[in-house]
Design a binder for this molecule. Structure first.
Ligand code: GTR
Length: 327
């Protein structure tokens, strides 16, 4: 476990060493284990960076949440003590309001719609919106669709969520969304969820198949109900301070390598979704489709009104919706 002081000190030491030798090693954090597609995506990028710079630049990934929760490591990234960070969009919601848009419940009508929107102009605008907040948005990775899972029983209708304590990431949008469905939303960092489920501090959580499987949450919460309520992506960000220390050519190198790692990550992601689903079903979890998803989405009006407040957000929503209608 590396503590903050250590990280800040090593970040500063790296910067100094980097200046002298004309070489730079950049550190990156991820909440997931080394074999998870997000880590593998960043690793693919790291390989490209090393190769394309002739070994002048390199990246080291600290996987498994060893540098801390996403919220804490984002703070370090903004501060410049950590160079790169692969996080979900949720902890960015309180940093830049544009990032709220892809986290809106039932915004995308398919994975394909989500990918097209994030690969296109709306995605670029959302990545760019991070810059005034000390972060350079490099790319989005897939995170599929999030669904509810819990220890009590299948969720068929909103009434089944009534009174359940459901863990959500640290984002007000998620708190409101889960609250609108009648559950008690409990914000908690990702690394604490397993214990929370086992000890009965929470009754459930919500996530995609790979996260449900990789974290072994499925061993404690046996009911997975396919609400697919959010398709917010993962994001790879760089500290603006680290960015400013790169030459324009090296900045291009990072941008391009991040872009080139997206199809690699997506292929790994698609395979992992299938493998994770199969693994948890083989382990005997009970999965169910929800007969009337409209009963969930129709409760989201207030959430949208509360978090879509600026013209910039409204334009993004409209552009994304138009991209859904186009197919
Ligand atoms: C996962 C995501 C993680 C983390 C987690 C969470 O889907 O990949 O980065 O944000 O969700 O719920 O905290």
């Amino acid at each position: 476990m590396i503590n903050r002081r250590h990280l800040i000190a090593s970040g500063a030491a790296l910067a100094v060493a980097g200046c002298g030798r004309g070489e730079r090693a950049l550190n990156s954090a991820d909440a997931h284990a080394a074999d998870y597609p997000t880590v593998q995506g960043v690793q693919a990028m790291a390989d490209m960076i090393a190769e394309r710079s002739g070994g002048r630049l390199s990246m080291k990934i600290f996987a498994g949440g060893q540098l801390g929760s996403e919220r804490d490591t984002l703070e370090l990234t903004v501060f410049g003590a950590l160079d790169l960070n692969r996080v979900n969009l949720a902890p960015l919601n309180s940093i830049a309001s544009e990032t709220v848009v892809p986290a809106l419940p039932f915004l995308f009508n398919s994975i394909d719609h989500m990918r097209r929107s994030l690969d296109g102009a709306p995605g670029q605008a959302i990545l760019d919106s991070l810059e005034p907040h000390g972060l350079i948005g490099l790319c989005f990775y897939d995170s599929g669709a999030r669904s509810f899972y819990n220890t009590r029983g299948p969720i068929m209708e909103p009434a089944d969520l009534q009174g359940l304590k459901i863990r959500v990431p640290n984002s007000d949008v998620y708190v409101s969304m889960v609250g609108a469905l009648g559950a008690n939303a409990t914000p908690m960092s990702f690394g604490e969820v397993y214990q929370g489920l086992v000890q009965g501090v929470i009754d459930g959580a919500e996530n995609n198949w790979p996260s449900y499987e990789a974290t072994r949450h499925f061993e404690a919460a046996r009911y997975y109900s396919l609400s697919r309520h959010v398709m917010a992506p993962e994001a790879l960000v760089m500290s603006r301070r680290s960015w400013d220390r790169l030459s324009p050519d090296d900045q291009d190198l990072f941008r391009q390598a991040a872009r080139d790692s997206v199809p690699v990550m997506r292929a790994l992601w698609d395979a992992r979704v299938d493998a994770s689903r199969q693994r948890v079903l083989d382990a005997g979890i009970q999965a169910n489709e929800i007969p009337d998803i409209g009963a969930f989405s129709e409760r989201m009006g207030d959430v949208w009104d509360r978090y879509v407040t600026s013209d910039v957000q409204r334009r993004l929503v409209e552009d994304i919706r138009n991209m859904g209608a186009a197919v």
